[in-house]
Design a protein around this ligand. Structure first.
Ligand code: MN
Length: 210
């Protein structure tokens, strides 16, 4: 089955005033181009058509060499943006709780330290890309990837991620990436982040045979 453009779990104006409706609509168009392009690339390769974007990324090394570069970019774009929508919600979502809060404190010192280090990594990323809270095995770490590269290419599990391509913020924030990031924290869906963390730990445990 070809790739399908998922509908974000919130209406386009729901993230205002932090992420405005025009930006959300533009961003969904960017996502649509990845989906349409991936389907176009795979149209001549029916044996790969039924794979999810995540499966395509994990199995990239087994794909025909001539389509790997395009699949890396567009399956990454499909996977990353689908995750990104899942981590967003209307303002007023509190912060990390429970085991996630505990593990962020253990790893980074405090929730505030985590937030500052994550924001600094996102500001320092040169060019277009993503910044992630990732599970590497059972360890939490802050990682950046260039362009639309997925953490799955590196064997890491995404727990939270932010898109720092200019299309994610320039309509509202111009080139002020830091202002966008400070606003973005207000619309992080911490329930969803916790779900990704629990699922990622289960996957890591599975890989470790526990
Ligand atoms: Mn994007």
């Amino acid at each position: 089955m070809p790739q399908i453009l998922p509908t974000p779990p919130f209406a386009a104006p729901a993230l205002e005033p932090y992420i405005d409706e025009r930006t959300m609509k533009l961003h969904q168009q960017v996502h649509r181009v990845h989906v349409d392009s991936l389907n176009a690339v795979l149209s001549g390769y029916p044996e790969w058509h039924d794979k999810s974007a995540g499966e395509l990324l994990v199995e990239l090394g087994e794909m025909p060499r001539q389509i790997r570069r395009a699949v890396r970019y567009h399956a990454g774009g499909q996977h990353n943006h689908t995750l990104f929508w899942s981590w967003l919600a209307s303002p007023g979502n509190g912060g990390p709780e429970g085991e996630l809060a505990h593990d962020l404190e253990t790893t980074f010192g405090s929730a505030a330290d985590f937030r500052e280090r994550f924001t600094a990594a996102a500001c320092d990323l040169m060019g277009s890309g993503w910044t992630w809270l990732a599970l590497s095995g059972e360890r939490l770490e802050i990682v950046t990837t260039a362009n639309e590269d997925s953490l799955l290419l590196h064997g890491k599990v995404p727990v939270l991620g932010v898109d720092v391509w200019e299309h994610a913020y320039f309509l509202s924030y111009g080139n002020r990436r830091r202002d966008y990031l400070d606003a973005w924290w207000n619309v992080v869906n911490w329930d969803a982040v916790t779900r990704h963390y629990v699922a990622g730990q289960a996957a890591a445990g599975h890989l470790l045979g526990t």
